[in-house]
Ligand binder design. Structure first.
Ligand code: KG4
Length: 340
């Protein structure tokens, strides 16, 4: 069974083809060079870039996979959540292909894609259901119980900024390029995580998250350092990055372990762009080892937005929900209701 995946929820145009569960091809056309000028994604520019990128990327994917549209058995495309203009490009493209060749279409929740990305090309044994997944990306930070390929329960979510968004905003504040996460984590490696004490939002006993406080604390600290009499000419950027990252990782890892304990879960996974952060991965590995839990992470190329995870989630939905397909009149959605 060949599944074509299409992803365009934010600033990455991505196309993938799966043969059963094997990733035949997974291509991505990024837009960092455009958005870096603004320190964040500009929705209007993102949609226009998707429009420019999608057709050549689709042609390349088919050519490299040595197949044609006639060979495709199922189309899975991100229906939401995300930027509406961006989603419309990929989802409408998928609808057109489905309509022309009469191929079944499944609209996929982007979050379900991330939660299942741990199953893609993973040489290790996959996690057993139910497992707990910490989803940390630029648009979402949440804890999900993954009970099956189509069954999810959200047990904690961010009340304001997502973790990746906080990384990006702190990077912008420090004059670092977009996306900020990789750059902040690179500098954090050579900084002192105890140099500054940034606040952690525990929100009492809740499994929800809040990262706007730590972001504001970094801004205040930077302003204070700049205004200091006899301030050195440059900021201690490495120390700020390390202390900020430590505050975020501390909250993410402790709340994840708290959720695992509360729900009696032994298999813990991570997903989303921020899951590429090696310090976060290592902290979760250490916590899991201490608590006798197993840790699972997607392959690095499937942490950030990609179409292989969308193809996989769509295919599982199609097979498990009785070949359930999405009507061609279906619209995109900006917010997810997955597992709520
Ligand atoms: O999953 P993703 O590609 O897009 C969304 O669905 O949002 O995640 C992108 C986010 C960005 O905020 C980026 O700064 C962050 O992931 N990111 C990282 C790292 N690599 C990417 N954050 C922290 N450390 C990293 N190594």
């Amino acid at each position: 069974m060949l599944t074509l995946g299409i992803e365009s929820s934010c600033d990455d145009t991505a196309i993938a083809i799966l043969e059963d569960n094997k990733v035949v091809i997974s291509l991505r056309s990024g837009q960092d060079n455009i958005h870096t000028l603004f320190g964040g994604v500009v929705p209007e520019l993102a949609s226009r870039e998707h429009l420019r990128a999608i057709q050549p990327l689709f042609d390349t994917a088919l050519r490299q996979a040595q197949c044609s549209l006639d060979d495709i058995n199922l189309i899975a495309a991100t229906q939401g959540p995300g930027l509406v203009g961006s989603l419309l490009v990929g989802f409408s493209y998928a609808k057109a292909l489905a309509c022309v060749k009469n191929i079944p279409l499944v609209g996929v929740d982007h979050i379900a894609g991330h939660l299942l990305s741990v199953f893609l090309q993973n040489p290790e044994t996959p996690p057993a259901f139910p497992f707990l997944s910490l989803l940390v990306s630029g648009g979402n930070t949440a804890l999900y119980l993954v009970k099956g390929f189509t069954e999810f329960e959200c047990v904690g979510r961010t009340r304001d900024d997502a973790a990746g968004e906080a990384f990006d905003k702190v990077a912008k504040l420090l004059g670092l390029p977009y996306p900020g996460g990789p750059e902040v984590s690179r500098l954090a490696e050579i900084g002192n995580k105890d140099a500054f004490s940034f606040p952690r939002s525990w929100l009492n006993n809740s499994l929800d998250f809040s990262f706007s406080g730590v972001k504001t604390a970094v801004r205040n600290q930077v302003n204070q350092l700049k205004q200091k009499k006899n301030a050195p000419p440059s900021l201690p950027i490495e120390d700020i990055c390390a202390s900020f990252q430590e505050a975020v990782i501390d909250v993410l890892s402790k709340k994840t372990m708290q959720a695992a304990k509360r729900y009696g879960i032994n298999d813990i996974a991570i997903s989303g762009g921020v899951s590429a952060n090696s310090a976060l991965r290592q902290r979760l590995i250490d916590c899991c080892t201490r608590e006798g839990c197993h840790f699972y992470a997607p392959q690095p190329q499937f942490c950030t937005d990609n179409a292989a995870m969308i193809a996989f989630a769509g295919k599982m939905h199609y097979l498990q929900q009785g070949k359930c397909i999405t009507p061609l009149v279906a619209d995109v959605f900006s917010r997810s209701a997955l597992g709520q």
